[in-house]
Write a protein that binds this ligand. Structure first.
Ligand code: MN
Length: 256
């Protein structure tokens, strides 16, 4: 079990080293332990998924004693933090976020925020991904994550979770005082890519720009989406093992 006050905490994200949610999470982490390290992508890597950079060299830039930027993906950052920067003393906990926007339903299959937590989990380090929901077209309100993240992280550390499992936390888009509780929820249904915005660039070449609109089902009871729509903080344990066990017997019989 992790002793929070003595824990070495690695903070990373997918919005990049200048992401405002990274500062929120750094501050929350420093409220838990004074051994906090930040390793984040140089540029925004939202929707980078669990991609690893193999075709170009990675460079680590030290910005201050415990703060680093890397020209790679969130997964690169966690791998290089654990296997290189903090090689002599591995982190006890990895926190990823706070992402600007929810990571709900099928978002998690694209999410760099969740992937960073996934990479930590694969390296044997407990990890939590944290995201703050937002309304489109207005600046992100960080109050809910800022106010509640510390307590949620501490309670998760107390509770513990199995190896090869990571925790996905989403804060609703409402003032911190209006949060109605914490809901342990299943992954819901929410798919990006509904709208492809066509345009023509300044040199006359046509393009398509994938819109932020999602096809989502907030009525799916017990889901992460339903929870945040009710003003709850959603907590979803995610398994690295994607096997769908209930399909196996049928497939075995059919393929015998
Ligand atoms: Mn992001």
């Amino acid at each position: 079990m992790i002793d929070p006050a003595r824990a070495r905490i690695l903070v990373c994200n997918d919005d990049g080293i200048h992401g405002p949610g990274l500062k929120v999470l750094e501050k929350v982490a420093r409220g838990i332990s004074n051994d906090v390290w930040v390793v984040a992508p140089e540029s925004e890597q939202s929707a980078a998924g669990h991609s690893l950079t193999l075709t170009v060299p990675l460079r680590v830039r030290r910005l201050s004693a415990r703060r680093f930027a890397i020209n790679g993906t969130p997964t690169d950052c966690v791998l290089l933090a654990v296997r290189h920067i903090l090689d002599d003393h591995r982190p006890d906990l990895v926190l990823s976020g706070v992402n600007a926007g929810g990571n709900l339903g099928e978002d998690i299959t694209y999410s760099g925020t969740v992937a960073a937590a996934m990479e930590a989990t694969l390296l044997g380090i407990p990890a939590i991904a944290l995201s703050q929901l937002r309304r489109g077209g207005v600046p992100v309100g960080w109050g809910c994550a800022r106010h509640h993240a510390g307590a949620v992280i501490r309670r998760l550390i107390d509770a513990g979770w199995p190896a090869r499992v990571l925790i996905n936390v989403n804060f609703p888009d409402c003032p911190a005082r209006e949060v109605t509780g914490i809901e342990v929820a299943v992954q819901g249904r929410r798919k990006i890519g509904e709208v492809l915005n066509p345009g023509v660039d300044p040199r006359g070449h046509p393009y398509l720009w994938i819109g932020a609109e999602r096809d989502e089902d907030a009525s799916f009871a017990g889901s992460d989406l339903a929870a945040v729509h009710e003003g709850m903080i959603s907590v979803t344990p995610l398994s690295i093992d994607l096997t769908h066990r209930r399909s196996m017997a049928g497939l075995r019989a059919a393929l015998a």
